[in-house]
Design a protein around this ligand. Structure first.
Ligand SMILES: NC(=O)c1ccc[n+]([C@@H]2O[C@H](COP(=O)([O-])OP(=O)(O)OC[C@H]3O[C@@H](n4cnc5c(N)ncnc54)[C@H](OP(=O)(O)O)[C@@H]3O)[C@@H](O)[C@H]2O)c1
Length: 399
């Protein structure tokens, strides 16, 4: 079965409706196809699904960028996990090199463990992981720096805000869609007690105009914006067989729209950094997380492209599992992962990794705490270690 996730308007899409139309043609249509195949009983016997995308995994500055296409990869990774008889192949080419793509797609083997393949100028590339030893470097956070945290009262956002309050007496603007309630008010009070100046702004970060207003108000109040951390998501934990199209879109858009919108709202700004919290789900998918995996792939594609082109450093951290913070559902999930050899990352460990990711030169870092056999299974060579040199930031201006 071949799915051609290509086509659409020639010009890059730069509005939310246009992005949604791309997702409809791409990930949502593939979901419809997979659900149809399942209902027809065709996933109960061996089936190879081969997906072609264009410009979803750009490599060079001259490559066109269509991050929505990358969502198909995340979806396929999860589908191949959930349907044991399904194997899949994902091939991404340059939009201008489609002529050569059909033959390459036919020859690309479908696997149970899907690897996205990039084919550009006849060169076939597959992503690989390398262990990295980060060099010691000064922090990129400023004392009393002004930081915007999107999803700032979620689990990772709150842990990050606490760290910034305690370690850097930061001035924080936290964004989430929900209105302030008792729990959120208590969180803000706790952050103030730790040393932060903090405000919470209810805002849908997928709306670039609304986010731009938050940025303008932040600069008006604090006189600067030194960094932005994206920590927003909506988790929908449901297998594809039960996942409605609306649920798929909810999980997908929560990542894809908000990351696109963040970079759009930041046009004309020169923060010290933008940091995206993404997930290890982009390595090989996770049962029940098709929309989230698709959204994380799209978000990573935006961030990796921005890391090459934005006038400020962009870093993506793909997290393994963060500690559960007292949440019963997360505790149960973590128990399952512990049994498989993956352990939760504590807030202190996570923030040490953030410091290193921000002061280092690598645009994307995977941070996991796992048994060596898990890392070997992910293709990490235990005997090879990349030494990252510290990034040399521009001189820091006083706050
Ligand atoms: N927890 C983990 O183990 C783990 C593992 C890997 C990666 N991550 C990554 O870490 C980040 C945070 O995860 P988490 O576990 O902290 O999630 P979380 O507790 O669910 O928090 C996410 C926050 O995002 C906000 N949000 C969602 N959609 C939004 C929108 N359109 N505009 C503004 N805010 C929005 C939510 O607030 P409202 O509902 O008020 O909007 C929520 O507080 C995510 O990027 C995730 O991919 C987490």
């Amino acid at each position: 079965m071949y799915f051609l996730g290509i086509g659409g308007p020639r010009e890059p899409v730069d509005d939310r409706a246009g992005l949604h139309a791309e997702q409809e043609r791409g990930t949502v249509s593939l979901h419809r196809l997979v659900r149809g195949l399942d209902r027809a009983g065709l996933l109960d016997r061996p089936l190879a699904l081969k997906v072609l995308t264009a410009d979803g995994l750009p490599l060079g500055d001259d490559d066109a960028l269509r991050p929505a296409a990358a969502g198909l990869i995340g979806y396929c990774e999860v589908a191949a996990k959930e349907f044991p008889q399904l194997t899949a192949a994902c091939l991404d080419v340059r939009g201008g090199e489609l002529d050569a793509a059909a033959a390459a797609l036919v020859h690309e083997p479908a696997r149970a463990k899907v690897h996205a393949v990039s084919l550009r100028g006849g060169v076939r590339r597959v992503r690989a992981l390398e262990a990295v030893e980060p060099a010691a470097a000064p922090t990129r956070f400023r004392e009393r720096g002004v930081y915007l945290v999107i999803g700032g009262l979620g689990v990772l956002g709150r842990d990050t805000a606490r760290y910034l309050a305690r370690a850097h007496r930061a001035r924080l603007v936290l964004v989430g869609r929900a209105a302030l309630d008792e729990r959120r008010r208590a969180d803000l009070t706790a952050l103030q007690e730790l040393g932060a100046e903090v405000s919470y702004v209810p805002c849908d970060a997928g709306d670039p105009a609304a986010l731009r207003q938050v940025i303008d108000e932040t600069k008006e109040r604090f006189g600067a914006l030194h960094g932005v951390i994206h920590s927003a998501m909506v988790l929908v934990d449901k297998p594809i067989r039960e996942l409605s199209e609306a649920e798929l879109r909810t999980a997908l858009d929560a990542k894809a729209d908000t990351v696109w919108s963040m970079f759009r709202a930041l046009r004309g700004e020169r923060p010290d950094f933008v940091l995206l919290y993404s997930s290890a789900v982009t390595l090989e998918g996770n049962h029940g997380q098709a929309g989230y995996a698709a959204g994380c792939h799209v978000a990573d594609a935006w961030a990796l492209a921005a890391a090459r082109t934005a006038p400020y450093p962009v870093r993506t951290v793909n997290w393994g599992y963060w500690h559960a913070a007292g949440d019963a559902h997360r505790e149960r999930v973590l128990d399952r992962f512990a049994a498989a050899g993956i352990r939760p990352i504590s807030a202190a460990e996570g923030m040490a990794a953030v410091e290193r990711a921000l002061s280092g030169p690598l645009p994307q870092t995977l941070v996991v705490k796992a048994d060596p056999k898990i890392l070997t299974g992910l293709g990490v060579d235990p005997d090879a270690m990349l030494k990252a040199q510290p990034h040399r930031p521009a001189p820091i201006r006083p706050p």
